[in-house]
Design a protein around this ligand. Sequence first.
Ligand code: HEM
Length: 174
Amino acid sequence: MHTIFVRHHNNIVIELRRMPENLRWDGEKLYQEARAIIASQLQHIVFNEYLPVLLGKTEVQKRGLKPLQSGRFQGYDVSVDASLTNEFSTAAFCVGHSMVQSKLPRLNEKFDAIDQISLHTTFLKASQFYKEGIVDELVRGMAQQAGKIVGPSVTAELPLQPEESAVWPGLGQY
Ligand code: HEM
């Protein structure tokens, strides 16, 4: 997912640079503007697509989480402390991680199965993603694969326990 958003960021920079009104923008300005666009798109995906599936449309509506169809949100309050509580992040941690699948399917351009990669083999081995076409194959796989149902179990492919971080240095240690 990071690779997709990095690529998307770079495409936005290319588009912004092409616009005549932005000719004076330097690299930093282009980077920051593209970053702001990506952040809002990401938030839109979370609030408009992910949360209704996770919580249900009714709950999203009831809690005022549904994005406006037009106009601007008027409820922004600078005095609200937006930092997360430890309790919230711990609960979100359990929900999110229980959804993680153990295998990453690879699909070819016709969406036929190539194979499946075990999740743990991907950690700290970014070099395998330089292989021509592999990101596209994985993206197709992710687009077709449903998440695991939210629950109390987390796949053993996800090394989140301290004793497992000995095998995956750095993971689960901060
Ligand atoms: C392959 C998938 C994933 C991997 C490898 C992964 C890995 C990690 C790691 C290593 C941590 C830090 C653990 C620690 O503090 O010791 C973490 C934290 C967290 N993850 Fe994930 N994660 C994955 C997917 C997800 C998903 C899908 C969600 C939610 C939808 C999620 C939500 C969180 C949250 C809320 C935290 C706690 C952040 C905090 O410290 O406040 N993760 N994850």
